[in-house]
Design a protein around this ligand. Structure first.
Ligand code: AHN
Ligand code: ZN
Length: 331
């Protein structure tokens, strides 16, 4: 890491409202990039990504304004900072739907900051303050580990950061860990849901870490660690970035991961990528586990206390990690 920038911007006003398994032989090295021929794709280490998830979960639920959140944020900044060329910490205060002021931190690592061709990779690092879909009603106000919902995307991206610190693709990369994605309205609250999700992403989209920041496209990873995960073409991704969905799905399927990357349309999900698209105008897709056999449409343990390390499958991490790496290294 060559530089650290800490940007503290307190806005008291309004933020509510709201190996690869077999890609060595087809690594895209015959394809000529715009400036250089593309590089061989490194192998994603699923055990390393698994460890990064375990480490996050070991701090306890990463709910804003808690000690576990502060400590985990510190560790994430140190860890991403060791891999990136430049680290940015964007600290601010936002107001949650219920009026709580949240001290939040978006953590950003840039690779090849001088390169004008860039890709944005993102995930949320906070975890939900309440298990409002837990089968046990006594737990509806307990915070969750968020091993899959949150930590899995960050774990995959930390492993990608480690790999590209060793050998970079031909394109610049920005890895953004958004805070306060999951402080959205409790399902039994009578307060209306006005943009209550993705508060960190909303803040970043209006106040990027560099003024006029732009990327050719973005990829959000959300709930990418459960065994047998299924990724459908999410609604806002298809609306704003259909070509990127096709590019990523093709990469995944070419690696033999067609059981994961389904040729099916999913629903529209208000998540970090929605605000990156709407506010920042960066075409950004969401790789998110959708399952129509559950009442909420996500993985069965979603927003329950069972979203813990027991449901994380290193193979799913590898599927997603190798797919994203393939996309990066064919640029
Ligand atoms: C809604 O349920 C509106 N959005 C879900 C976004 C989310 C929650 N991603 C992870 N946790
Ligand atoms: Zn969630």
């Amino acid at each position: 890491m060559r530089a650290i920038m800490i940007i503290t911007l307190i806005f008291f006003s309004t933020l509510i409202s709201c190996g690869t398994s077999g890609n060595a032989e087809k690594d895209g090295s015959s394809k000529t990039g715009q400036y250089q021929s593309s590089q061989p794709t490194p192998l994603f280490n699923a055990d390393s990504a698994y460890y990064y998830i375990e480490r996050q979960v070991s701090f306890g639920p990463r709910v804003p304004n808690t000690d576990a959140h502060r400590k985990a944020g510190q560790w994430l900044a140190e860890t991403l900072g060791r891999f990136a060329d430049t680290l940015y910490i964007q600290q601010t205060r936002v107001r949650a739907y219920d009026g709580t002021n949240l001290e939040i931190k978006n953590i950003i690592g840039s690779f090849q900051p001088e390169n004008r061709r860039r890709v944005l990779l993102c995930a949320h690092w906070d975890s939900r303050p309440y298990a409002d879909y837990d089968p046990d009603p006594e737990k509806h106000y307990d915070p969750i580990d968020g091993a899959n919902d949150g930590a899995s995307g960050v774990g995959v991206l930390l492993e990608i950061a480690r790999l590209i610190s060793q050998k970079q693709p031909n394109i610049g990369v920005d890895i953004v860990f958004f805070d306060a994605e999951d402080y959205g309205r409790h399902r039994f609250s009578n307060i209306p849901d006005q943009d209550s999700w993705a508060l960190g992403a909303q803040y970043w989209a209006r106040n990027p870490h560099r003024p006029d920041y732009f990327a050719r496209y973005g990829i959000l990873l959300d709930m990418v660690g459960a065994s047998g995960a299924t990724f459908k073409r999410e609604g806002f991704s298809m609306l704003y970035a259909p070509d990127i969905v096709r590019k990523v799905w093709e990469a995944g399927q070419s690696l033999g991961y067609d059981r994961f990357f389904l040729n099916r349309d999913g629903s529209y999900i208000t998540d970090d990528h929605y605000y990156v698209n709407m506010i920042r105008n960066i075409p950004t897709i969401n790789i998110i586990h959708q399952d129509d056999t559950t009442e909420h449409g996500f993985f069965p343990q979603w927003h329950t206390t069972a979203d813990n390390m027991d449901i994380i499958d290193p193979y799913t991490l590898k599927v997603v990690g190798n797919t994203v790496l393939k996309v990066l290294f064919q640029e």
